[in-house]
Design a protein around this ligand. Structure first.
Ligand SMILES: Nc1ncnc2c1ncn2[C@@H]1O[C@H](COP(=O)(O)OP(=O)(O)OP(=O)(O)O)[C@@H](O)[C@H]1O
Length: 227
């Protein structure tokens, strides 16, 4: 299998009669780093939702990491996403009442496949290994709400890459950072995705980050519906 994502003849609307996205064909090769950009409201988050299987197209097919999402039940799609994908949100979506360590290890506690793929002998060792890599090892027992924004972003990276997901999706994770911090965040994310050998889809408005990616795709190139 050489493609991480294969979309064909996809049509999607939040209301079925009014499609906001129509994609004839869209492929992402395995292992690629893809930068996805487009104006506000052009459908970037919607496309990520279709790839993650949170949204289902009304027509067409969407194969992600070898599974045709339209053939899977809701729970099978949830399992596929949790086992094979790491997601970094703009607002991080960390669990506020859990510690740094508990947030990072969460995907491995919920999904056996992620736990099986850790590099260290135990989950505790793996959390420490990743935390050291991301300079979070001094805060492991701290509540995530007591961290700075930059530290919270690094927790979000750690949680997304633990247990080597095959696809990492990042939806505007750098939009609240100044440009030096954006670069540092991106470098770190690229390095840990490389280590995990994950395909990366990175959404941003900021075209200055484009040069770090193998492919740069404007949503207008693939979505036939004009916003
Ligand atoms: N839950 C929803 N229900 C109805 N319409 C929605 C919903 N979410 C998004 N839309 C609409 O779908 C279109 C695409 O939205 P989407 O969030 O995918 O764009 P985007 O490119 O990610 O935008 P931004 O850069 O502002 O985050 C917009 O017209 C938006 O208003």
């Amino acid at each position: 299998m050489f493609s991480a994502v294969v979309m064909q003849d996809v049509s999607f609307g939040y209301e079925a009669h009014a499609p906001i996205m129509q994609v004839k064909e869209f492929n992402i090769e395995k292992g690629k780093r893809v930068f996805l950009h487009g104006s506000s409201g052009s459908g970037k988050t919607t496309l990520l939702g279709l790839i993650a299987g949170v949204l289902l197209p009304q027509h067409g097919t969407c194969e992600v990491l070898g599974k045709e999402l339209t053939h899977l039940s809701l729970s099978a799609r949830d399992r596929h996403r949790g086992s094979e994908m790491g997601y970094i949100f703009q607002s991080f979506n960390l669990i506020p009442y859990l510690s740094v360590k508990e947030n990072i290890e969460l995907p491995c506690r919920v999904h056996a496949k992620r736990l099986k793929r850790i590099a260290a002998p135990t989950l505790g060792d793996e959390v420490r290994r990743i935390a050291e890599r991301l300079d979070l090892h001094h805060y492991l027992d701290r509540g995530v709400t007591k961290l700075s924004t930059g530290q919270q972003q690094r927790v979000a990276i750690a949680r997304a890459v633990i247990g080597r997901p095959r696809l990492v999706i990042a939806d505007e994770p750098t939009s609240s950072l100044d440009s030096d911090r954006q670069e540092a965040f991106l470098q770190l994310l690229l390095e840990v995705c490389d280590e995990a050998r994950a395909t990366l889809i990175f959404v941003s408005h900021d075209r200055s980050l484009m040069s770090h990616f193998d492919e740069r795709i404007s949503i207008a190139e693939i979505n036939q519906v004009r916003s």
